[in-house]
Design a protein. Structure first.
Length: 270
């Protein structure tokens, strides 16, 4: 009887060790990716999670745990909350333009959520946030465990110039939970947001992503976050760049750097 108990205990310990070992993803550090950031004279970090191989590829490991303003990448979460609270029925809900001329021509018209997400229309998402209200917004950010969930800075600006912060690591975690339907929102809400996130749909892969651009302290911050679904795998990514001088190429640097890295990693090859 004693030997049976010892055997059972050893079996349990082996299982625990195997599970623990399996749950620790492999990390590949690629400091050579610095060349892609140097090409655009920016600092930054990159993190990608390869689901099939349970593996992270990382550039600038220290920075992936540093909190930054989410800027317009928050539109992913804002869309989910707006749908879940009934502020908008679906992605085709139109808000009327207030007639104020803004910096981009595509912002100066009546807009639905699908186009507002695509064009990163600030006023539309500010209106959504006002309709949600501070109490409900804070409640949902806490439930979703979105960054530091801090809405200080005004209901229509906390993700732009307020104190909401999220790390590159947290961006990837949020996207993984969205894809796996593990966020505290209905499947319908999550499916709609996954649909409006699509920026490229080819025979071999689908890219869902969102840009973000803001200012934090004395530096400009740019984001490109999302995930790539291929025939047999999913790759979640966060590219975060910073510069004290916003040069003319700062905006496109987010895309170009990511494109260079994905090419290097052969993610989009069929």
């Amino acid at each position: 009887m004693k030997s049976i108990k010892i055997y059972s205990l050893l079996t349990c310990l082996i299982v625990i060790l195997l599970v623990s070992f399996k749950s620790t993803p492999r990390k590949i550090i690629r400091e050579d990716f610095k060349q892609f950031y140097d090409n655009y004279k920016v600092r930054g970090s990159f993190i990608m999670y390869d689901q099939k191989n349970d593996q992270y590829t990382i550039y600038n490991q220290e920075q992936i745990s540093v909190p930054f303003t989410p800027a317009s990448t928050f539109k992913i979460c804002n869309s989910l909350i707006s749908l879940e609270t009934g502020v908008v029925k679906d992605q085709y809900a139109v808000f009327k333009w207030d007639g104020k001329e803004r910096q981009l021509a595509v912002w100066n018209k009546d807009t639905d959520m699908k186009d507002a997400f695509k064009n990163s229309t600030v006023w539309y998402y500010q209106e959504l946030a006002r309709h949600i209200g501070e109490r409900r917004m804070k409640n949902w950010l806490d439930k979703a465990k979105y960054g530091n969930a801090d809405i200080t800075g005004g209901i229509d600006g906390f993700w732009l110039s307020g104190k909401l912060r999220i790390t590159p690591n947290e961006q990837v975690d949020f996207l993984r939970r969205l894809h796996d339907d593990k966020l505290p929102f209905s499947k319908r809400s999550m499916d709609i947001v996954k649909d409006i996130m699509i920026v490229k749909d080819t025979l071999g892969s689908v890219v869902r992503a969102k840009t973000g651009s803001g200012k934090q302290d004395q530096q400009y911050v740019g984001w490109y976050v999302g995930y790539v679904t291929t025939k047999d795998n999913i790759y979640y990514f966060s590219n975060c760049i910073q510069s004290t001088n916003k040069n003319p190429d700062f905006g496109k640097a987010r895309f170009e750097i990511l494109s260079d890295i994905l090419d290097e990693l052969k993610v989009l090859q069929k």
